[in-house]
Every structure is written in C-alpha cells, then in structure tokens.
Design a protein around this ligand. Structure first.
Ligand code: ADP
Length: 694
C-alpha cells in the first residue's frame, strides 16, 4: 500500500489561490520547533499531526513528541521506517508508511487547538542541475516548497487529508480519528477561547494569536540569511569540488607512466567531474593535419565519436587555439561566425558546420595541452543538448589546470619511454663493448704470445743457430707488424662506428680513385707475386660524390683481399656501372678462393676470418670488410659479396652516389653527406649468392 498523491498538491487544489513558497530545510526546522514549542508552552490539548520523511528525522525529535503527548491525547506521528519504527498506540499514535509513499518526500506538521491553528505542508524539491546537487549535499540547504500558515481553514483541510491517510494505514483508529474530527475539525470558525488556562496566556494581541506580520518577517529574515549562507556554501563547495577534481585527476595521471592510461583516466575524470555531455582528449602537434579521437567520455545517450579522424589543418578553431596558446570557448556554435562565416572557403566552412551537426556540438570548449609552449594535445568539451550553455570562467580555468597536468604527465611518460630506450641502447652498447674487449683481447694476445716466446728463446738460448735466430726474429717482427695493423684498423673502425669522422665530400672520378688504389696495393705487396689486375672502369662514367680518401681505402681493402685470396695465375677485375638509382655500382671480382654461400653474411663481421687467426696464411686483421661496410654506409651506399662457392672466385660490390649539381646537394655541408646520400634511396640488386650487409 503506497499513496502517490502529494498532500501539498491535494491541499493546493482545495485552495487554488494559494501559492507555494520555497523553504530551506533549516527554516522548516526552525518553524517546526516554534510550532511544537507553542504546543509545549500551552495547555490547549491540540490535535498534532507530524509527518517525517524518514524514521531517522523523527528520532531526532522523538523526545519532544513524548513531551507533546503529555499535553494532548490526539498526537499522530508518521514516518517511513528504517529500523524499528512501526504502527503503535503506545505513547501517541505512530504510523509507519511505505518508503514508496509520496509522504517520504514530504514534511508536514499540523497543530489545531481551540485558540490557534497552524500548519506546515511541504514537499522536498528534487535537484536536477549539478549546482543544485552540490547545494543539496549541504543538508541545511535542502529545499522544500509548500505552505506554512496560521490559517485555520487551510490547517483543518490539511488535517483532514492527513487523517484520511492515517486511516488507510491504521483503519483501527477509526473511532479516535472520528473523535478528532468532531473535536477539532468542525469548528472551522471558532474564535480563541480566552477562558482556557495556559501557562503562558495567549491573547488576541499576542504575536502568536495573529502572528503573520511578526513571524512572517522573522521567517523572511531567516530565509534571507539562509539564502546567503547557501550561496556562500555553494561557491565554497563548487571550489572544493573543483579542487578535488583537479587533485584526483593529477593524482591519477601522475601515478602512470603509460601515455594511453594517462589520457584514458584524464578524459574519464574530467568528463565525470564536470558532468559534461562529451569530453575528448587527443595528442597532436601544431603541424599535424589530423588527429584520431582515441579517448572519450560520453554521458549516456550521447553519440560516440571514438575512432574518428579529427581535421586539424582545416579547422580554424584549432588554428586559433594553437596561435593564441589559450583556451577557446564557444557558447553557441550556431551563432559563431568562425563556424558559420560565409566568406570562408566553402570546403572549410562546410567541414566545421558538418562537424558541429554530426557531433551535435551546441557549445564547444577547446583547451590546449601545452608543455613549455610545445603543443602536446587538446582537450575538448562538447555540450550536445539543443539549449546551449555558457562556459563559466572557473570551468575553463579548471580544464586549463587539468590540461597543464596532462602536459606534465605526458612529458614525464615520454621521458620515461626515452629513458627506457636509452637504457636498452646502453645495454646493447655495453654488450658490444664487452664482446669487443674479449675479441680484441684475444686477437692481441695471440701475436703478443708469439713475440714473447721468440724473444724469450732468443734471450735464454745463446747457442741458438743463426738460422733459427733469424726465423725467431722474423716471426716476432711479423707478429708485431700484425699487432700494429690490428690496432690501427681497430682505431679506424672505432672512429667510424662512433660517427666521429669528418667527411670531405667532393665530386670525384671513380677511374682515378681505382688507379690510386691499385698503385697503393701494388706498392704495399710489391714483394709478392700478384695476379693480374684489370681495370675496366670507364673514364666516361659520371663523377661520384664521396670523400676521396675513404673511397680509395675501400677500393684498396677490397683489392687487398682479392690479391690475398687469389693466386698469381688467377685474375682480378674492377668494373663499375650506373645502376639507375642515382648511384654507381662498383664490382671487384676475382677468380680466387671463393666463399661458401652460407658464409657470405659473416665476412663483414669484425674479426671474421675463414681460417681463424691462428691458422691464417694470408695475414690480415679480420677488420677490413667491417671497415668497408662502415665507410660505404657513411655515404648511404650498400656493400655485399657474391660467390658461387669454394674455389669459384668472389665478387664484392658496393654502391656510391653519383654527383648531382642540384641545389639540395650543393647546399649540403660535407659533414651532412650521410643523411644526404641515405635520402637518395638506391635500390638493391640481389643475386642468388649475395649478401647485403646494410
Ligand atoms: P682480413 O684482414 O682477414 O682479410 P677482412 O675483413 O678483409 O679481413 O676479410 C674477412 C674474411 O673474409 C677474410 O679473412 C676471408 O676469409 C674472407 N674474404 C674476404 N675477401 C675475400 C675474397 N676476395 N675471397 C675470398 N674470401 C675473402
């Protein structure tokens, strides 16, 4: 059993000329206490009906009602039960109504005595706006509307309505209620009986006998004070709520170093905290043409725009935010000239208009996420209901503060990610360094041990034959030369790998460089019997663009190898062709020892030697090809080896950029040649047994 018709509504239907008034809870409490005190102070034996919204409100006043029950046997207390409140006739009549009964939203107190009558019939005003919710969170500021009067007619009507309701819940009180009706509700026009005894005699000139002017003023005063208090409390509560929101967003996003998580939490907290229809946060830089909406908060019933591509270049609002480096708020998108301007190009104008329409953006707030003036992203709030809103400056300031926190969190996360990258690089570098130290240590120890053994033998064996002595000396000298070469190659490779090389790039004739390399090799290996070297490099080839010294170094090292691994009966050829990708492809081919196909990838590794350093018959350090690879990639070229297998000869190829006199090339500084040549993007030519090392 639950009644849905409001007592306030029913009463006002009977008195259509009466207008309900607004009362704060604190005013109603004061009025109720004044009315109850009047009963306690008098000896009028009145009818008292009090209806509380909940049992807990009644509990706070129960002691008063026990005292009121001493002054009258017609006292009725109604409340919605929460613990043990139930129907009872113990001290006074209690009526436990259903929590779903409309009485649960109302507050009533009716007092009808012989000398006076008054009633307070109100219902709570339910809150809808965010601001109202904030103010109703302060209990004293809960609002009610209804009637408070000393009018006997109105009070009697209110008493009749409530007694009927009591009868529905407690039909057994029929007789008692009938008695109350007879005693209090018939004498509608009865005048105060001065004969009645009272502790504090009430006369017609007493303010309470005709209280309106005095009490009304008091209540107005009370209400005004309450209103001021409410306003102050409200602004305080809003400020506090915003501070809390900012703190909670800051705490949540600073906890994470994951950029996606930061944006997800920020959008959710901000959207919820401001109760906005839609909130999106996206990352962008000021030159981005588009951004993708990956993080969104929407209120139920609002269209999602997650996953959509957001035009930035075409969006004059974005441009304006970027230029001014500050928030942009639009209260009425329909009236904003930036969105509806006729002079704007049709396409741009339509883009914004379509966007506003498709996404139902009636009011729009854009706040940049900045860090030290660098744009990292954007926070957007959309109001999507047809009645636009005015963005309050304190809300804009709050979103701005949140955006600043997002900026800091993003930079932190970025720095962390960079640090992780750097750590990985450092670890890799450390591993390389350790490998290098181990390999170099081994490579240096081997010749050093030989030198030591030879010198020790020479020192300890004075009777050694001159022939053996010579052999010992030659071996020690050869190994010390190998060590010198090793250290030199190792230093060259380190300089190349560390990028500490200055490249003197210039236009060069490849044929001339090849000639120079051949004569270098010949003079170095003049004591050995070399296979014939045929230079087929045409002098008509276009000039190449490289550092001459390093180009000759590559050619000499490849020629050196070809000579080392080809016997005198074999043949070495050098040739070059344009490869159609702005480069020359240089090939040094020999008919010598060849390379097993599965080893083609390894010959460019540091210290790779097929025979192993100890069994080496040809000399060398195992660093030559590693150096060549570094030099060639320095000008953005490629190097690779091809061979049909053992004793089938080998071909080493590398590419080198052709000199071009285009302004971009001319303007490049020599130290910039690495990036320049890389940009040329030469194509790889892959043969069956060929390995590119870049
Ligand atoms: P090294 O100083 O030992 O020549 P490189 O780095 O120049 O060091 O060469 C590494 C290894 O690659 C050589 O030891 C050899 O096994 C192989 N190699 C290089 N060039 C040739 C070639 N033309 N023919 C056969 N094998 C070669």
């Amino acid at each position: 059993m639950s009644i849905s018709k409001s007592v306030v509504v029913e009463l006002l239907q009977s008195f259509p000329s009466w207008r309900p008034q607004m009362y704060f809870k604190s005013s109603l409490t004061a009025l109720s206490h004044a009315m109850e005190d009047r009963v306690l102070a008098g000896s009028d034996n009145p009818l008292v009906i009090a209806s509380f919204q909940r049992e807990r409100f009644y509990r706070q006043e129960a002691h008063r009602y026990r005292r009121i029950a001493n002054t009258s046997d017609q006292v009725y207390v109604l409340a919605s039960p929460e613990t043990d409140f139930k129907h009872s006739s113990h001290v006074y009549e209690t009526v436990a109504f259903e929590p779903t009964d409309v009485l649960a939203q109302e507050w009533h107190l009716i007092i009808i005595g012989q000398h006076y009558a008054s009633c307070l019939i109100c219902r709570e005003k339910l809150t809808s706006t965010v601001d109202d919710k904030i103010s109703s969170a302060i209990d004293a500021s809960r609002r009610f509307e209804g009637i408070w009067t000393f009018d006997r007619q109105v009070s009697i009507k209110a008493a009749k309505i409530l007694l009927e309701r009591i009868l529905i819940y407690r039909p057994e009180l029929q007789n008692k209620i009938e008695q109350a009706r007879q005693q209090y509700l018939l004498s509608q026009t009865s005048a105060p009986k001065k004969s009645l005894k009272s502790k504090q005699s009430v006369t017609s000139d007493s303010p309470l006998a005709n209280p309106d002017p005095f009490v009304q003023r008091l209540v107005t005063y009370l209400q005004a004070g309450q209103y001021k208090l409410l306003k102050a409390n409200k602004s305080l509560a809003i400020k506090q709520q915003k501070e809390q929101l900012l703190n909670s967003v800051t705490a949540a996003i600073r906890r994470s170093l994951d950029i996606e998580e930061i944006l997800r939490v920020a959008v959710q907290k901000l959207g919820e905290g401001l109760g906005v229809c839609r909130c999106v946060v996206y990352r962008c830089s000021e030159t981005d043409a588009t951004a993708t909406i990956n993080h969104e908060f929407i209120r139920p019933g609002i269209n999602s725009i997650k996953g959509r591509s957001w035009q930035l270049e075409e969006n004059p609002l974005f441009k304006e935010v970027v230029e001014l480096r500050e928030a942009l708020s639009i209260d009425h998108t329909n009236k904003d000239p930036r969105i509806n301007q006729q002079s704007r190009s049709k396409e741009k104008e339509q883009y914004l208009q379509n966007l506003v329409q498709n996404c139902s953006i009636f009011s729009w707030l854009l706040v940049p996420v900045l860090y030290k003036d660098r744009l990292l992203g954007m926070v957007e709030l959309h109001h999507c209901e047809p009645v636009p809103i005015v963005w309050k400056s304190e809300d804009v300031a709050l979103v701005d503060a949140v955006a600043t926190q997002i900026g800091v969190a993003l930079i932190q996360a970025e720095a962390y990610a960079n640090l992780e990258d750097l750590n990985e690089q450092l670890e890799a570098l450390d591993r390389t360094r350790s490998n290098l130290v181990a390999i170099t240590g081994h490579e240096l120890r081997t010749p050093l041990s030989t030198i030591q053994v030879c010198l020790e033998s020479l020192a300890s064996e004075p009777d050694m034959s001159p022939e053996l002595r010579q052999i010992m000396l030659n071996t020690a000298l050869a190994d010390s030369e190998r060590m010198r070469q090793l250290i030199q190659d190792f230093l060259t490779l380190s300089r190349l790998e560390s990028g500490r090389i200055e490249w003197n790039v210039e236009p060069l004739s490849l044929a001339e460089c090849v000639e120079l390399a051949i004569s270098n090799v010949r003079s170095r290996l003049r004591e050995e019997k070399l296979p014939p070297i045929r230079n087929w490099t045409s002098t008509k080839l276009p000039l190449v663009e490289a550092d001459g010294e390093w180009l000759v170094e590559v050619l000499a090292k490849l020629l050196d190898n070809a000579c080392k691994f080809t016997n005198a009966e074999g043949q070495i050829t050098i040739d070059a062709q344009t490869n159609g990708s702005g480069s020359l492809e240089v090939t040094i081919a020999d008919t010598g020892r060849g390379i097993e196909p599965q080893r083609l990838d390894r010959v460019f590794d540091r210290f790779y030697q097929e025979e192993g350093a100890l069994r080496r018959s040809t000399g060398g350090t195992g660093l030559g090809l590693a150096i060549c690879r570094q030099i060639v990639s320095g000008w953005g070229g490629e190097i690779w080896a091809e061979s049909a297998g053992k004793n089938q000869g080998s071909q080493f190829h590398f590419t080198i950029p052709i000199f071009t006199s285009s302004p971009t090339t001319d303007n490049q500084s020599s130290s910039d040649s690495k990036s320049k040549t890389t940009k040329n993007g030469r194509k790889k030519k892959r043969g069956p047994n060929r390995q590119s090392k870049n």
